[in-house]
Design a protein around this ligand. Structure first.
Ligand SMILES: Cc1cc2nc3c(=O)[nH]c(=O)nc-3n(C[C@H](O)[C@H](O)[C@H](O)COP(=O)(O)OP(=O)(O)OC[C@H]3O[C@@H](n4cnc5c(N)ncnc54)[C@H](O)[C@@H]3O)c2cc1C
Length: 414
């Protein structure tokens, strides 16, 4: 087999892998030859999820010149409502309601939404089309990367069919079961939730007015994420066995289960998308880098979807790693050098640990029907609702605009 040389090889061509390739192209242009490999065959993405993208992620996509293509499918979230009730409660009282925009209070209608809801299939096709149009990026699909050999000057990636590729730097963006992470012998701390994430899309009679709703129910959060038009994506956490029962129901019975949780504010509902499910887990890699190797996105960390932050964290990884690589390349340093890569790890790992712990804690606090805990947390929500400064702090955090921001998340070029 012939050996082909690239500057960077990325394993995994989904959200973070594709964005990483585009960010490298944006920063270093044709100077860098990048190979992307993905085990999945090239096919339209059958992913009914919609992602809550933060303002920071939107700035990154804007700077990379991608947002204009995403925008027609992106729905801003201007208001968030939170309720906490039992499944059989006839009403879902709103405990906290807040303005989900960032920037000066005087900005009014021009204020920047902290969150945008984008269908995964739309985001994915924008990223793939953009990669296809860049001469420095090559995408090879239908073959898994299975092996990694790191040497002094470069690393070799071995594909399932035996083909090998070489580059000074290999990036794994191959998701939660990352094969290259394992090949690099990076250990992972992981824990499965006894919960399943159910996703579907509904149409409703009345407009959602850009309001996202989070109903905390005893089995887990039921999120109503507004889409363009009178449509919303449901991201619904359910106890595992109950989820299995619900997923097997016929169409009318499934709609009745959605109706029971949705609350009647938006009028009659109809299901307009497939129902899909994901096992939920939290995981965190012990290291984000090894010699000539870095991991990003779900290959590095996975969090509970309760706060809609998993991909936003992954895009922060992209922004930090591309900045580290570009800074090194521009002064003639070796981009795969471990000392260079450690700067990325120091930047991103702590944030990932804190986020994984925070979302795990939130899930434990709210996916619970113990009356004492319920009364305490509802009192807490009531207090939060009366303090705009606390709510604004949460919004800024969710917008991905706090902490030491990489340039792309500030809306600046790398
Ligand atoms: C129900 C649910 C709702 C969510 N909602 C949100 C949200 O609102 N906001 C948010 O920010 N995040 C959300 N997330 C998290 C988000 O979906 C993930 O963080 C994101 O998909 C991770 O992207 P990724 O590119 O890192 O990995 P993945 O999307 O998992 O992609 C991995 C890619 O690697 C490929 N691959 C795997 N193995 C190999 C191999 N050996 N060789 C080559 N290729 C390989 C796969 O084919 C795939 O294309 C949600 C998650 C779930 C489960």
């Amino acid at each position: 087999m012939s050996r082909v040389q690239y500057d960077v090889i990325i394993s995994g061509a989904s959200f973070t892998g594709l964005t990483m390739a585009l960010a490298l192209d944006h920063a270093l242009g044709d100077d860098l030859a990048v190979l992307l490999v993905d085990r999945a065959a090239p096919a339209p993405v059958a992913d009914s999820r919609a992602t809550a993208l933060s303002a920071g992620s939107k700035r990154l996509l804007t700077t990379l010149g991608l947002w204009a293509a995403v925008a027609p499918d992106a729905q801003p979230v201007k208001q968030i409502e939170i309720s906490d009730s039992r499944l059989d409660s006839g009403i879902r009282p709103v405990y906290v309601s807040y303005d989900n925009t960032v920037g000066p209070a005087t900005a009014g209608a021009d204020a920047e939404p902290a969150t945008w809801i984008v269908p995964n299939a739309a985001l994915s096709s924008v990223l793939r089309d953009a990669v296809a149009g860049r001469p420095s990026l090559r995408l090879r699909t239908g073959d898994a990367a299975t092996g990694l050999l790191a040497g002094f000057y470069g690393a070799t990636v071995i594909l399932a069919d035996g083909t090998t590729y070489e580059a000074p730097l290999v990036i794994a963006a191959d998701g939660r079961r990352s094969a290259l992470r394992e090949a690099a012998q990076i250990k992972v701390v992981a824990s499965r939730y006894a919960q399943t994430g159910i996703v579907t899309t509904v149409a409703h009679e009345r407009p959602h007015n850009s309001v996202a709703v989070q109903h905390f129910l005893p089995a887990g959060p039921f999120a109503i994420l507004p889409l363009t038009g009178n449509r919303s994506c449901i991201t619904w956490t359910e106890e595992k066995d109950e989820a299995k029962r619900i997923l097997e129901l016929d169409a009318a019975a499934f709609l009745a289960e959605v109706d029971l949780r949705f609350g009647g504010k938006l009028g009659p509902l109809s299901i307009i998308g497939p129902r899909q499910s994901w096992p939920l887990e939290v995981h965190l890699a012990r290291n984000f880098v090894a010699p000539r190797f870095a991991i990003i996105g779900d290959a590095a960390h996975g969090v509970h979807p309760i706060a809609g932050q998993g991909l936003n964290l992954g895009l922060r990884d992209v922004a930090a790693l591309v900045e580290v690589i570009a800074d090194a390349a521009r002064v003639g340093l070796d981009i795969g050098n471990l000392e260079t890569l450690k700067r990325y790890e120091r930047w991103r790992r702590f944030d990932s640990v804190v986020s994984a712990a925070a979302f795990d804690g939130l899930n434990r606090l709210f996916s619970n029907d113990w009356p004492v805990l319920r009364a305490t947390r509802d009192a807490g929500l009531g207090i939060i609702d009366r303090f705009p400064a606390i709510k604004q702090m949460f919004v800024t955090e969710a917008a991905g605009l706090s902490g030491e921001l990489p340039r792309l998340l500030r809306g600046d070029s790398v």
